[in-house]
Ligand binder design. Sequence first.
Ligand SMILES: Nc1nc2c(ncn2[C@@H]2O[C@H](COP(=O)(O)OP(=O)(O)OP(=O)(O)O)[C@@H](O)[C@H]2O)c(=O)[nH]1
Ligand SMILES: [Mg+2]
Length: 340
Amino acid sequence: MGFFKTIISKLRQGLERTRESFVTGIRSILLGRRLDEDLIAEVERRLLESDVGVRTANRLVGGIREAFRSGRMERGDQALDYIKAQLKTMWPPADRELLTAGPGNKPTVILVTGVNGVGKTTSIAKLCRTLRDRRATVLLGACDTFRAGAVRQLEIWSERLGVEVVKGQQGGDPAAVAFDACAAAKARGVDFLILDTAGRLHTQDPLMRQLTKIRSVVSKQIPGAPHEVLLVLDATSGQNALRQAEEFDRAVGEAVAAGPGDQAGGGGGRGGVTGIFLAKLDGTARGGIVIAIKDVTSIPVKFIGVGETPEDIQPFDPDAFVEAMFAPDQSAGHGLSGEE
Ligand SMILES: Nc1nc2c(ncn2[C@@H]2O[C@H](COP(=O)(O)OP(=O)(O)OP(=O)(O)O)[C@@H](O)[C@H]2O)c(=O)[nH]1
Ligand SMILES: [Mg+2]
């Protein structure tokens, strides 16, 4: 994704707790040891206890066990390299691209959704800053008319970032704000329109219908939009985040299929969530959840949040992520050549 760069040191810092709790354990039992059945069973136990997901854990251990029994793998170091190499192949490059309107068709519309407090508005500020730094023009739409202070929060970010916000009345119809925002985005010829929405649970029917209505309004105003429906998940919520991904994808998809007048569809094709922004990876030991998300859903993680400032965004880059997760603790910087 040309717009975004991976800052390895920040990623490594962000994944510190994950590394300490999960990876260091596996590293320490494998490094410098000869493999045997007991050691492989111990690796299996640790992987199953971690957040990587049962399917991935079984696949990794199955591969190690098979290679060990057939004499192709003898040392723990080889097993560790195997785990890293396998993890890095889990995400095809196309998965990580931000879906855009394509040349001559701007604006690209990004609709941001998720449960209350997961980091939607902050993640929007991060996205906005990166896009703007890359000389793309951005407009924000404050479609969270529900929570008192939500519009102001987005406005404060926008002032800091030097972009404009289209807003409506507190308690007003978010779809009307989306309508105005689309009109303004077209009139001003901006490259990106990012729509902030109120936090909601997938089970809250009226709120899910409201989201469908926003989509419908957007797709009528701008054919093919929203190009991205970005679900923000809070990495600290671990397996809960995983459930939210599954449930939001289903609920958003079903709502679109059943909803009124969204025949033009969104950029998501089947109508569900097109990408995940996994926020708060810095505050958690559960970074393995990135792997579990891939394990159980088909929704690509596109961005990760590693702090509270607009700079704390990273594209999800599997190589960098796995390297950062498995980086030796003492020798930060060893073996990595990311941009700083
Ligand atoms: N450490 C850390 N904190 C984050 C990150 N992203 C967001 N936060 C914090 O999470 C809290 C909630 O963030 P918001 O962006 O307001 O979340 P929201 O989803 O928009 O919340 P609602 O609009 O109320 O649903 C804030 O204190 C943010 O600073 C992150 O990547 N790392
Ligand atoms: Mg918000």
